[in-house]
Design a binder for this molecule. Sequence first.
Ligand code: PMP
Length: 394
Amino acid sequence: MSTIAPTIAPRLRLSEIAPAVIQSEIRAMSVECDRIGGINLAQGICDTELPGVVAEGATDAIRDGFNIYTRLDGVQVLREAIAAKLQTYNHLTVDPQSEVLVTSGATGALYASLLALLNPGDEVIIFEPFYGYHVSTLISLRMKPVIVPLAEPDWQLDLDALRGAITSNTRAIIVNTPSNPSGKVFGRGELEAIAALAIEHDLFVFTDEIYEYFLFEGIDHLSLATLPGMRERTITISGLSKTFSITGWRVGYLAASSRWISAIGYFHDLTYVCSPAPLQFGAAAGLRQLADSSFYTDLASSYEAKRDQLCAALEDAGLQPYVPQGAYYVLANAERIAGANSSERARALLRATGVASVPGSAFFRPGLGDHLLRFCFGKRPADLDLACERLREF
Ligand code: PMP
């Protein structure tokens, strides 16, 4: 019976872009890891504990009845806490009434911003290695990612390559700093060069600053929107998923000129309505109560220790790490593992050690990145210890 369906209903089919949007390599590795009961260093699930004040803020809000839709730009107490944090940490002055939008994670922030500001066919520059969602989100909106490779081993910006990638169809640049998967932190000079080109060619810049607190060796975070001439054209995106270990809560935000906020809010409302109401209160409690504590510096130093631990184990295993300056991932050279490509290498390593990683090809254009694997160190100490032990035995 079902075999005749295509002829009687030929218009029941997937969209033109649907086949191109495949299951992510990261999820696939996690599934495989669960199946064999391994240690998952593949997914960026930060399975460390969330701060108590954040959990209490949310449970109090549920009990106090804050369980309905919020204003489309988020609850006031959270917008105000975000504006205060943007002022003190990012040195970015924003009006919490008109220049902040609480979103369904950084993911929802980028999606809604792209819908509001760009058109199908527009070209958007992305640096490689890239975060797959950035590329797939553009494709899903029928926009065109234009890839500019960063140079190994320290992923330096090649300004000529960036300049050469800009065409009359270019509308924006996406900058992820600190970066997933490389851990690269764009330096001031690099950000100034990107800003100069954005101004010269009249481009938007979408920043993804979700790892802004995960910085090592005393490096400071620099928000592109604070550079001269960038405020109006920069959409500053971040969120609490990583900082408070609440990836499943879906609480993120963006800051932008009030010129853009209403349209971005309109599209965010259409797709997500609002970030979960009580969880917005939890995030606000965290931002307010942890502001003057050592929470953020402790976070950075504990992750720096985890980075050093994992990089040392990778080195001992003969998987030379590209030591990251930020975020909580490390790319490592996996050429010593047999395999035709990075998927085969990741699977071979999982079989031999029970440690799951992500094939490097997930972060590059087709045919590239096969010499790399990505490992996440946003893990509980016991899991990281065990993973390092297994890697050393490899
Ligand atoms: N941006 C980057 C670079 C990420 O690595 C991730 C998480 N993997 C996200 C955004 C997702 O953030 P959120 O949970 O706030 O949507």
